[in-house]
Design a protein around this ligand. Structure first.
Ligand code: ZN
Length: 361
């Protein structure tokens, strides 16, 4: 999931399909055998793009689904419409998920059971989804034992409004409500692996910083990249530090991961999870790097005297935030602080009030 609006639109990006969008319950062919569908999301981010690829597996004709949508009745109904009207009477053969966020993996268990097919996903994202989706075991155990959680994590970074902390505590089942479960088995996908879908090779490009191990898929023959959330045309990918790994450097991982797309051909059609298919991957990568450079400069400016992440939020996000957006904004502010801390540009101090403050070295 991603929250914030990226600066101004840019002429160097092109949207070759124009403004036409697939209606709910329908698909649109965007490359030979590659179909685009959209599902609604109950967030500020109002939709997710999913992809249906014409396929053949073990001699059986059918379809591969890329990403699932969130687990709710509306999305299930939308899928049923697709199954009835768009599959040419053929079955779904497998479900491939780019990463473990609820809008991508939410309905994976339902889809895999519905069609008796395997889930293809990176191991790190599979295990993370397993761990977070347990209502009783997994991550929930640590929460019940008082072992941190998001509220404590953000409190340590200066979030102090009791009503905000209370709302965050009340959301401790947030993930498991949207991802009620994942299939018991999975097929692990690996960086660099070439997956044959519909007679074409799709190379897995693993990216880091947005999700634990996010898979993008590049097909040289078709000139198409299914980018997931790693490259989006209008919003910058959310890069957050979570309570389970509070010293993580997701921004560094994300910026490094972007370089993997630079060798791909300039005319590659990028199929993002949010927004419209576009070309202009390299200028987009440049924009994203510039965007984060500016945010890092703002961060250093804010830390001329010791500052905590909550104080950085209005510097980085100049608009009103609801509690959902505030958790992303806090995660992202900590990501910028941790990036600079790791590179020796900031120092960190645990103050008497239990809050971590950062200052320029
Ligand atoms: Zn995501």
């Amino acid at each position: 999931m991603n929250t914030k609006n990226q600066s101004s639109p840019d002429n160097s990006l092109h949207y070759p399909l124009g403004d036409v969008l697939p209606e709910s319950g329908t698909t649109m062919e965007v490359a030979p055998g590659v179909y685009w569908l959209r599902m609604r999301l109950p967030f500020a981010l109002d939709h997710i793009n999913l992809w249906l690829l014409r396929d053949e597996l073990d001699g059986v004709q059918g379809w591969t689904i890329i990403d699932c949508g969130i687990a709710n009745d509306e999305t299930r109904t939308s899928w049923e419409q697709i199954f009835t009207s768009q599959l040419q009477g053929l079955p779904v053969l497998r479900v491939l998920v780019t990463h473990m966020h609820p809008d991508h993996i939410g309905l994976a268990q339902w889809l895999c059971e519905r069609w008796h097919v395997p889930l293809w996903i990176s191991m790190t994202d599979y295990l993370t989804a397993q761990w977070l989706s347990h209502k009783e075991g997994g991550a929930a155990v640590g929460m019940r034992a008082g072992g941190g959680g998001s509220a404590d994590h953000f409190q340590k970074h200066g979030l102090s409004a009791p009503e905000d902390l209370e709302k965050i505590r009340a959301r401790s089942n947030y993930y498991s409500n949207m991802v009620p479960g994942v299939p018991r088995q999975y097929r692990r996908i690996i960086d660099g692996e070439v997956i044959v879908i519909g007679g074409h090779g799709w190379r897995v490009i693993m990216g880091y910083g947005h999700a634990p191990e996010h898979a993008s898929l590049f097909c040289k023959e078709l000139g198409v990249l299914i980018s997931g959330d790693m490259l989006l045309p209008r919003i910058s990918t959310n890069v957050s530090v979570y309570d389970a790994d509070p010293d993580a450097d997701p921004l560094g991982l994300y910026l490094d991961s972007l370089d993997q797309y630079l060798p791909l051909p300039d005319d590659t059609l990028v199929l993002p999870s949010h927004g419209k298919p576009f070309t202009g991957m390299k200028p987009r990568i440049e924009q994203l790097k510039t965007h984060h450079d500016e945010r890092l400069a703002d961060t250093l400016g804010a830390c001329k005297k010791p500052a905590h992440a909550r104080e950085l939020v209005p510097v980085l996000f100049k608009r009103e935030l609801d509690i959902h957006q505030m958790t992303f904004a806090m995660g992202e502010a900590i990501a910028h602080l941790n990036y600079l801390l790791r590179r020796g540009r900031l120092r960190r101090q645990l103050c008497d009030d239990g809050v971590l403050r950062f200052s320029v070295v």
